[in-house]
Design a protein around this ligand. Sequence first.
Ligand SMILES: Cc1ncc(COP(=O)(O)O)c(C=O)c1O
Length: 406
Amino acid sequence: MTTAVEELEAGSRLIYLDHAATTPVRHEVLDAMLPYFSQAFGNPSSLYAIAGESRNAIDEARARVASVLNCRTSEVVFTGGGTEADNMAIKGVASTFDEPADIIISDVEHHAVIHAAEQLEHDGHHVISVPVDQYGIVDPADVASYLGDRDAVVSIMYANNEVGAINDISEISRLVKQHGSQQGTTVVMHTDAVQASGKLTLDVKTLGVDFLSLSAHKIHGPKGVGVLYARRGVKIDPLIAGGGQERQRRSGTENVPGIVGMGVALVLAENERLEFCEHTRGLRDRFLAAVTERVSGVVINNHPQHSLPHIAHISIPGLEGEPMLLGLDFKGICASSGSACSSASIEPSHVLLAMGMSHELAQGSLRFSFGKDSTQDDVEYSVNALADVVDQLRGMPSMSARVSAV
Ligand SMILES: Cc1ncc(COP(=O)(O)O)c(C=O)c1O
């Protein structure tokens, strides 16, 4: 039986424009990972030679990550993905406080952060969610203004996964730390940088953060591997108890191939960062210009400057995202209506609503995210395809209702 992907590749085109959801593992990464599945398969905690190879591979990956983050190798904790890194930072720090603390997040965080904060609220902590502007950006002074005289964990995302909005993390860190020293409280700053890797600097000294989360699969690495940068001297309790791996911070036998993949993927993403930004910005801008020309009434939701270069986020009034996605899928184009993680739900995305968008416009939103291998041709083909799908759905209003009811 052939898969949908094989059929599309054989018969027609497959245009993948959902790189903010995930990316294919690149060959350099896969090549680096392969030996650790079956040749050098030893448990890094064992004493014999092949175990030593696994240990060395982890050490090397840790050094690679530390070089990109500009931190010590001892400050790099490998996790089972971005979700785990976010949970570990927020819950792990909150659990070190003796008294209930303030947990400050923003209205547009990923659910990994929002739901982790909600769990802490059940434990008696005070969760405060900071509003955003019409582009999904938080005002740094606003974040600091929510801090009181309690210890606090502040978790504000570096770049948003739906609209690509970029926050000024160094300024937020500076202001919240200043507040902490004036009040004599402990204020710990975390940022979810899962979408920022390969697009923005990850230098933790420049960002001034105590914790930072990454995920390999957004940068052509494997799924189920992430990193938590944990600044030396800042207390954190482990989320997962067990054999004490990762300096007691994350137990469990290490995912050696995954960790190796993370290290290689991150270095490549960092080395190619400027080139990636220039390439995808060019494609994204052409896409937005062409869509504006071809699809009447389209609304662009990206901030003109402070937005990730590879994400085009648009709304098409009067239509719903799902029928448009199905129409695009039929033409071999993979895009997303909001974030992939929330696309199973029919509720409009919390990010778009927090930006002040109406339910109707939010329902008609699409995200196209370009990658290093996307081409000008992909832009032209997808804009034509989208214009056709929109014309078809606008001509058949009942079809939109029929498909979305399935
Ligand atoms: C901003 C952000 N944070 C966290 C995550 C979760 O990362 P992972 O899929 O590795 O658990 C994602 C994934 O979509 C994301 O976009």
